[in-house]
Design a protein around this ligand. Structure first.
Ligand code: GLV
Length: 327
């Protein structure tokens, strides 16, 4: 009996390919080539499922050229690489990989916050460059984390994880803004108080962004929002490129309008605005917030289990558009 065909768009754990191969005829990409759109479309020919990372775009053109496709399983919680409306219109299921990365990503959000506030990478570069010849009283003085005000914009599962770390671990006052206010029990557990976006920006010592990307959240933080922040404040983006206007941020950092920024995601990544490389008061990391091996394995397995669950039992685990599931 011939097995249904699936495509795994990027290199991934061999055991995940092994698991998929028990059910499917798998075409994988062990050399981790970045395919052009026409190449991706050609690879999708005859495939009923595709395993994507956040880097492969599934849009109306790809869908129109791939009539056999039934499911796109993203190994990411964010799914702004999917045109979910176009998928729904064609009866194609989308799935993402929530929950399994929440705590690891919240850990990283906190790591980036601490590295930024305490100038960890800037001071390391100074030391590695052989510039450290004597101690001085204000050398690389940064901002306190304990007891300060942490503002979180986007209070989903990851935002809540960051709030818990700040409130319970560091005695921070936590305020947050979200599309909808959390229920009282969750607010109490996170020790977090709801505030307007303006209040979060104006009163926080550290602002952490964890909002999903959509056309509505594009440039949630631009020049006007940065202008509301305290000159001593730090801005952390672990959400998505495009949530921050990177060009405006680079100008603000250069002019010391805010103290510093920590960025794990960028507009147009893996390229980034070169102006960000010219300012010392920014910590830059290459989209690694969920990057621990156990978490990346859990994400990959969840994406694979979505393909297996849907294509063999009509039961995906984390569907984005469940209305397309028949029967
Ligand atoms: C990473 O950015 C994700 O969305 O999982």
């Amino acid at each position: 009996m011939t097995k249904p065909k699936v495509l795994v768009a990027r290199a991934i754990f061999p055991e995940v390919i092994g698991k998929l191969s028990q059910h499917f005829d798998v075409e994988s990409n062990p050399s981790d080539e970045i395919w052009s759109k026409p190449d991706f479309i050609a690879k999708l020919k005859g495939k009923v499922g595709v395993f994507t990372t956040g880097s492969e775009r599934i849009d109306a053109e790809v869908l129109a050229a791939s009539p056999d496709l039934k499911i796109c399983a993203n190994m990411a919680v964010g799914y702004n690489n999917f045109d979910v409306d176009a998928m729904t219109a064609r009866g194609v299921l989308g799935t993402n990989a929530p929950d399994v990365l929440t705590e690891t990503t919240a850990d990283f959000g906190f790591a980036l916050l601490m590295a930024t506030a305490r100038r960890v990478t800037e001071s390391e570069h100074y030391l590695r460059a052989g510039l450290w010849t004597k101690w001085s009283f204000d050398m690389f003085a940064g901002s306190d984390i304990h007891g300060s005000t942490l503002g979180i914009i986007g209070m989903g599962r990851i935002g809540q994880g960051i709030a818990r770390r700040g409130a319970h671990g560091f005695g921070m006052k936590v305020i947050y803004h979200n599309r909808s206010r959390l229920d009282a029990a969750t607010e109490a557990e996170c020790k977090a108080t709801y505030a307007s976006k303006e209040e979060v920006l104006k009163t926080s010592d550290h602002v952490v962004l964890v909002v999903p990307y959509s056309p509505q959240s594009h440039h949630t933080i631009g020049a006007a929002e940065i202008a509301m922040m305290k000159p001593t404040a730090n801005l952390i983006n672990i959400a998505r490129g495009g949530i921050v206007d990177d060009a405006a941020l680079a100008v603000a950092l250069k002019n010391r309008q805010i103290a510093a920024a920590g960025l794990d995601v960028f507009e147009g990544e893996p390229k980034l605005n070169p102006a960000l490389l010219d300012v010392p008061n920014v910590v830059l990391t290459p989209h690694i917030a969920s990057a621990t091996i156990p978490t990346r394995k859990a994400m990959a397995n969840l994406a694979a289990d979505n393909l297996i669950g849907y294509l063999t039992k009509n039961k995906p685990l984390t569907p984005l558009n469940p209305q397309v599931i028949k029967g």
